[in-house]
Design a protein around this ligand. Structure first.
Ligand SMILES: [Zn+2]
Length: 249
């Protein structure tokens, strides 16, 4: 293991360690999820304390201690502070949801580089999009996260009878199976997906994130689709998400 490493990082969470030190959980394309330490950050002498706050994108120079298995920050440079997200509560709560999902999935289980790019793109769009595009940014983050984790259910076939479903047919999500069933196999439950929503998910998955967010989604589908994707993510993580408590989203 190299003792000095340089990484790109997105700050996911910070915490106080002892009286003075700061622990920062970061997602990096090179090392996946790591915890780095800032000694004396709360003693007023931590020069990088101000830039190591949630969602900052940083360039970090680290020293790895192979005995303690810890990373110490030698130098840090801020690439993007995502200042709109920090000062806008609805956007802040959504960014916190993204960060919680990445932390709870230990980096997504997929390739750290792909998850890093997904999170960086999601934060960049959340920081710059107009208010009307905020929910589509959430939907795209959730859907793309499921695809990268290999947990996206099939949208064309019923998981029970194997039949290819018609274009306009309604599918019902089965939480037990983590898959969709057709109207012949299951009664319409709480979480359904209509033809338009299926088409939207399939089409936007092939677009870059920015293009996907600009793709129109019928207004009446926004909330139900977001709730369905959140249910799928929680099924995958096998944990309730703290970010969804108190109905702040
Ligand atoms: Zn069926």
């Amino acid at each position: 293991m190299q003792r000095n490493v340089t990484v790109n990082a997105l700050v996911l969470r910070t915490r106080r360690i002892g009286d003075y030190h700061k622990g920062v959980s970061c997602l990096t394309p090179q090392l996946g999820l790591i915890d780095v330490l800032l000694y004396g950050a709360y003693k007023g002498k931590g020069k990088y304390s101000g830039i190591t706050e949630p969602f900052s994108q940083l360039h970090l120079h680290l020293y790895y201690n192979p005995v303690k298995k810890t990373y110490k920050v030698i130098d840090a440079e801020e690439k993007n502070s995502f200042s709109i997200i920090r000062h806008d509560l609805p956007r802040f709560y959504r960014a916190s949801l993204f960060s919680e999902i990445v932390l709870k999935s230990y980096g997504g289980g997929g390739d750290s580089k792909d998850i890093f790019i997904l999170l960086r793109d999601a934060l960049t769009i959340l920081d710059t999009c107009n208010p009307a595009q905020v929910e589509c940014t959430v939907i795209q983050f959730l859907w793309r996260f499921l695809i990268l984790s290999g947990m996206n259910p099939d949208l064309n076939y019923c998981s029970m009878c194997g039949r290819q479903v018609g274009l306009g047919e309604l599918l019902t999500f089965s939480q037990e199976e983590n898959a969709f069933v057709c109207s012949r196999c299951g009664a319409a439950g709480n979480f359904t997906l209509n033809g338009g929503e299926r088409k939207y998910l399939a089409y936007t998955a092939r677009l870059p994130f920015t293009g996907a967010v600009k793709t129109g989604l019928v207004k009446s589908s926004v909330h139900p689709l977001r709730q369905l994707l959140l249910t799928m993510i929680q099924n995958f993580l096998e944990y309730p998400l703290n970010s969804l408590k108190n109905n702040l989203l």
